[in-house]
Design a protein around this ligand. Structure first.
Ligand code: AMP
Ligand code: GLY
Length: 428
């Protein structure tokens, strides 16, 4: 079958890599993809941006695409699943209504409330003035201030006290740093604990929980420095043991999927729960309506089941007929290599050396994220997060060693990475 994967990050490289390994795929198109997607067997990049729904639709019609997978949240929140469905094209991913679980934090909180799902206590505001009044009257301790809409992961402020919280409110509502995404804001209780990412595939009726994973959002070792899109991930995450995973299914995913259905927003696709593992149990920090990046990379590296079977069963509402998912029992660790300056501004265009040498390290795979080809045909850095170097091993320590052994062979001007990816798993 012909497949279209929308997006250009490490998540999308992992998706096309996995899809290419299926005997059911014939041609795979990555729109727009990156330098790594184009190197995979069966895969061709097409220069259509992920936001351009009309052009993606036209491409899918003209190239007789049998299955489309939307990687990032923006096309999903803008209704790509509805647009494809209207033209009888098969796309894996939630409708615009269901994707609001990620697109609007107030909608997400309403669903959590309806489903009685554990989450931080919160208040919503539509003006900065009332939010500041609330803070002055009620709060001087730690709180979290969030812009309601999509803000590329930047609209969340974890505050230590009232003055930081007031400052965050003003940045969202007065300076309008996130534009209309800040028309509504949430102020919520700050939770303590370790974070975990638990993803599930659902057709709106059946829920198949994937193996747990853990992301590293802070830029530097020891979880210090600014927040990033994720500097590395690993799976499984020992902090989510089998008993916790069952609990999360029963008390988090089941009521959420049910509440979405009640709200006329049946969710079909990947439901990603960002969880805080608090002393009182797991609580939802946020939902995403897609695979996490980098979590997708170690997850797909470990998944043995053919993803085409999973995506099709979800589209057809037949996940209940799918045999249990099969996993490589070995842990996987993904280390992100980034451009100098990321998550701030950075220079692009430095040639990347050592990819061939890295490819020789057994049980590893270098997934590309922000890479491109220059005019001389060299692979260069073209984004903040550049590569996701992923390794498998008989233990977390062995998977980490494999990943870093490949990392050590790769160089470009300014390349950097964290050195402690997965150490949290070893400490447990
Ligand atoms: P979100 O986009 O809502 O997941 O927030 C991004 C990050 O902010 C999370 O990964 C957490 O590190 C942090 N965060 C969000 N909400 C809370 C909360 N209620 N308590 C503590 N940290 C939070
Ligand atoms: N790794 C976090 C995310 O994909 O949102």
């Amino acid at each position: 079958m012909n497949i279209l994967v929308i997006g250009s990050g490490g998540r999308e490289h992992a998706l096309v890599w996995k899809l290419a390994r299926s005997s059911r795929s014939r041609r795979i198109f990555a729109a727009p993809g990156n330098a790594g997607t184009a190197l995979e067997n069966k895969v061709e990049n097409v220069p259509i941006k992920e936001h351009n729904i009309p052009a993606l639709l036209q491409f899918a019609q003209e190239h007789k695409i049998d299955l489309t997978i939307a990687g990032p949240e923006i096309p999903l929140c803008n209704g790509i699943a509805d647009a494809f469905q209207e033209k009888k094209l098969r796309l894996f991913g939630p409708s615009k209504a269901a994707a609001q679980i990620e697109g609007s934090k107030t909608f997400c909180k309403e669903i959590l409330h309806k489903g009685n799902v554990p989450t931080a206590k919160y208040h919503t505001f539509t003006s900065g003035h009332t939010a500041v009044e609330y803070l002055n009257a009620n709060q001087n301790g730690p709180v979290v201030v969030k812009a309601d809409g999509l803000a590329a992961g930047k609209g969340v402020f974890v505050c230590n006290d009232r003055s930081e919280a007031v400052d965050a409110v003003l940045r969202i509502t007065k300076q309008r740093e996130f534009g209309s995404a800040g028309d509504r804001i949430i102020i919520e209780e700050r939770l303590e604990g370790q974070e975990a990412s638990v993803l599930a595939v659902t057709d709106g009726k059946t829920i198949l929980t994937l193996q747990p994973a853990q992301d590293h959002k802070a830029a530097f070792d020891g979880d210090t420095g600014p927040n990033t899109g994720g500097m590395g991930a690993y799976s499984p995450a020992p902090i989510v043991d089998d008993a916790s995973l069952h609990w999360i299914e029963e008390y988090i995913f089941v009521p959420t999927v049910h509440a979405l259905k009640e709200a006329n927003a049946v969710f079909k696709g990947i439901l990603y729960a960002g969880l805080m593992m608090t002393k009182k149990g797991p609580k939802v920090l946020e939902y995403n309506a897609r695979f996490g990046d980098p979590e997708c990379q170690p997850l797909l590296f470990r998944l043995k089941t053919d993803v085409i079977d999973i995506f099709e069963a979800a589209i057809d509402g037949k996940l209940d007929e799918l045999p249990p998912l099969e996993w490589d029992s070995r842990p996987a660790v993904c280390v992100v290599m980034a451009s100098a300056g990321y998550p701030g501004s950075y220079e692009k265009g430095f040639p990347i050396q050592g990819l061939d040498e890295a490819a020789k390290v057994p049980d590893t795979k270098v997934f590309h994220a922000g890479t491109a080809l220059n005019e001389a045909g060299q692979i260069v850095n073209n984004g903040g997060r550049v590569l996701g170097v992923t390794g498998l091993g008989s233990s977390v320590a062995a998977a980490k060693a494999a990943a870093y052994s490949a990392v050590q062979r790769i160089h470009w001007d300014g390349a950097w990475h964290r050195n402690d990816i997965s150490d949290k798993a070893v400490e447990i």
